[in-house]
Write a protein that binds this ligand. Structure first.
Ligand SMILES: [Zn+2]
Length: 424
């Protein structure tokens, strides 16, 4: 029964009729003017599911976790009317506002005001709009065995400020949910907004009809993973091109990052970057790791593991020569990370110059410099950190254009099997 609900409230889960989302919303929705210089002119991103007439976006908050929220509602564990109590949740550090926040097309995949919604939209919140942060900023200590090892070997020295005697590094970290301005995303990928909307609709199995029926809604909260930034040193120093910045943009690799799989260089490169970030902070600079949830080149782990098997079972064994081809056979493409949106988080932080980029990826380098950020030195992974089974990957990448200060492997080198076989 829905008679006791206000006209635009949703009925309780699994009862009442379904309201389609394909017609215009209520008059209560606040407009979004993407890229406007002040939050008042820009307007809040409202992805609430509890008050339909207030919604001014397609999709909802929390990225892929929105599906778990639906499960919680379906299971009766969560009230759809729950409003977040945001007492004491304010950011620990101030980020922005920076000029990049309102420079045309500079940021199209996150909401630069997403960390300070409670502050800048306080009046709208008080008026009853369910405005949720899409960015949260906090402090942490990070403790990694590789950093303890670097201390033991004398490469790092605890200073009580950036690195403690216990081996803990002090960081400021920010979690960022995706908020896509569809006209800007389409422009980045060189397609029309209409084509982008249609393909997003069709390739999600028709999950968001508003993509094709509501051209007035220009902002989409996609059901995908977000990103996390870790700052070693002061966040305010990131904006000053005179302060040395060491940065790595890292794409998630659960198998290596968390579980220590030796088929790739992900964790060793990540921990090397963290070591470089700590050193940079200690010599008066600042360090940054931006970590994106793009597991397995954004192909996902199932595809990734299928590719591993195909690589190791192919005639001739696991070679760098066949490295990209095996991925393409399974996935249809070599890589789906498409770094076009990646620099947005750097612009949110106000970065103008990266003095030391801890990455060999030409795709990341091109995306960062193409977005207007100057890059000084590029820092490769030291040879001694490359696991034996990962030599295939690193050779293939260098041959394909990844940065290396050394020799680019030739065809003969690429044809030599280097990867371990299955079951050994
Ligand atoms: Zn990896």
């Amino acid at each position: 029964m829905t008679s006791d609900l206000s006209p635009d409230a949703l009925p309780p889960a699994s009862s009442g009729h379904i309201r389609l989302t394909s017609h215009s919303g209520g008059l209560d929705a606040l407009p979004i003017r993407w890229g406007a210089p002040t939050p008042a002119e820009r307007g809040p991103v409202v992805g609430t599911t509890s008050r339909r007439s207030h919604r001014n976006v397609i999709g909802t908050h929390s990225g892929s976790y929105s599906v778990y929220r639906a499960l919680a509602v379906a299971a009766g564990a969560l009230s759809r009317e729950h409003r977040a109590d945001l007492t004491d949740t304010a950011p620990t550090d101030v980020v922005g506002p920076h000029p990049q926040w309102s420079e045309p097309d500079r940021i199209v995949s996150l909401d630069p005001w997403g960390a300070v919604t409670s502050d800048v939209f306080a009046d709208r919140l008080a008026a009853g709009h369910d405005i949720r942060p899409t960015i949260a900023i906090t402090k942490a200590h990070v403790i990694l065995p590789e950093i303890a090892d670097a201390i033991a070997q004398g490469r790092l020295r605890p200073d009580g400020r950036f690195l403690l005697d216990s081996g803990a590094a002090l960081v400021t970290k920010a979690a960022v949910e995706p908020v896509w301005y569809l006209p800007g995303v389409a422009q980045r990928f060189g397609c029309t907004e209409a084509a982008l909307r249609r393909v997003l609709f069709e390739e999600t199995g028709g999950m968001y009809p508003e993509l094709v029926t509501r051209s007035d809604l220009e902002v989409f909260l996609p059901p995908i993973g977000g990103q996390t930034v870790y700052i070693f040193g002061s966040a305010t120093d990131l904006v000053n091109p005179e302060v040395e910045l060491t940065a790595r943009v890292h794409d998630e690799c659960n198998g290596s990052d968390v579980f220590g799989s030796d088929i790739c260089t992900c964790r060793p490169y990540l921990t090397h970057a963290i070591e470089e970030c700590i050193l940079c902070a200690q010599r008066g600079g600042v360090g940054l790791v931006a970590y994106s949830r793009k597991e397995g080149r954004a192909l996902g782990e199932v595809t990734k593991f299928l590719v591993y098997n195909a690589r190791k079972r192919q005639v001739g064994g696991d070679t760098a020569e066949q490295y990209f081809a095996r991925t393409e056979c399974v996935a249809g493409v070599q890589d789906m990370r498409f770094q076009e949106l990646m620099p947005d988080v750097l612009h949110w932080l106000g970065i103008r110059k990266i003095h030391r980029l801890v990455s060999m990826s030409n795709m990341k380098y091109d995306a960062i410099t193409g977005s207007g950020i100057e890059v000084g030195e590029r820092v490769n992974i030291p040879d001694e950190l490359i696991p034996a089974d990962a030599q295939v990957e690193i050779d293939a990448k260098m041959a394909a254009g990844y940065f290396t200060p050394g020799q680019v492997p030739d065809a003969a080198e690429l044809g030599k099997a280097k990867g371990r076989g299955l079951g050994t």
